[in-house]
Write a protein that binds this ligand. Structure first.
Ligand code: GDP
Length: 298
């Protein structure tokens, strides 16, 4: 396993002479270690560089407090800055705009990212925690199995799904979901759009058409948190072409160190709303910047 950042830094500072304040050289040496730790946590290089620069400005000249070692002090500065970047101006990550019923939520993302699972997890949460009546609809006309998967998950968690009508286009299904949500007195309807292995024109066109029909209150992008820089590229493309209001990072129960979260925030500026922590229907958590910061630091 990786040596964690505190251990690394205490090593660095042990070799340096003790001074009253963190000198520029001390900080520089320490920040080389910080940069390596960030890269090992899968933070992209430009983001790691900018981050280290920001920390350098904050740390240089800071008085060394008596109660902590210089290493611990730099770790604290790094931790606080990580939380600051990760949190952004998003004080309540798990909250979704679902007033004005029926409120549409558009779910987008690549195939295999965990989109259908996450749709059901969020529906369950809205129903149980926020007492919303939720309708889910699968728009994945290319993959009947994906439609059935959503239906099965709906039965499991006690959330209604729009009945499957073979032969309909995604747009027709979106219109039917809207109608059903209105007639059925639903608070929220969730549209699980088709995913593909890569972003292509057809995927984007379909998602954009559905967006124009539903005018969603939230457009949530589901990305695999283990894919690092790819996750950021996917988010940039979806945001440019569809417009994204929030991100859900899945597979954060895996071995990854969570660096994708930092890159995602720094590059796209989009709030991370939830993290997926497993396959089960309750393995969804609202995003806690401190937990991810702790994980990145190791
Ligand atoms: P979709 O193609 O994007 O709709 O992906 P699915 O929802 O079908 O998910 C693909 C696989 O990933 C399934 O086996 C899910 O159970 C699994 N999965 C989804 N989210 C998570 C997560 O947060 N953690 C883990 N470990 N597995 C997940």
């Amino acid at each position: 396993m990786f040596e964690n950042l505190s251990e690394r830094l205490s090593g660095v500072f042990d070799r340096l002479t003790k001074q009253g304040a963190l000198s520029e050289d001390d900080v520089k040496t320490a920040l080389r270690e910080v940069r390596v730790a960030l890269l090992e946590a899968d933070v992209s290089l430009p983001v790691a560089r900018d981050f280290v620069k920001a920390v350098q400005d904050k740390a240089t000249g800071q008085a060394v407090t008596k109660s902590v070692t210089p290493g611990q002090q730099v770790v604290k500065i790094v931790h606080d800055e990580l939380v600051h970047v990760l949190a952004g101006d998003n004080p309540a990550p798990g909250e979704l705009k679902v007033d004005n019923p029926p409120a549409p939520i558009l779910m987008v993302g690549l195939q295999g990212s965990g989109k259908t699972t996450t749709t059901a997890k969020i529906a369950k949460r809205l129903q149980e925690k926020d007492h919303k009546k939720v309708l889910m609809a699968s728009l994945d006309t290319n993959r009947p199995a994906a439609m059935e998967q959503l239906q099965i998950l709906g039965q499991q968690i006690g959330v209604d799904t729009l009945p499957i009508q073979p032969g309909q286009t995604a747009q027709q299904i979106a219109k039917r979901a809207k109608q059903q949500a209105t007639l059925g007195g639903y608070d929220v309807y969730m549209l699980d759009t088709a995913g593909r292995l890569h972003i292509d024109e057809e995927l984007i066109r379909q998602a954009a058409e559905v967006r124009d029909i539903a005018t969603p209150r939230e457009t949530l992008l589901v990305v695999d948190g283990l894919t690092g820089q790819d996750a950021v590229n996917v988010a940039e493309a979806f945001d440019r072409d569809i417009g994204v209001s929030g991100v859900v990072l899945t597979r954060m129960d895996g071995d990854g160190r969570g660096g994708a979260a930092l890159s995602m925030r720094a590059v796209t500026g989009k709030p991370i709303k939830f993290v997926g922590l497993g396959e089960k229907m309750d393995a969804l958590e609202e995003f806690h910047p401190e937990r991810i910061a702790g994980r990145i630091l190791g």
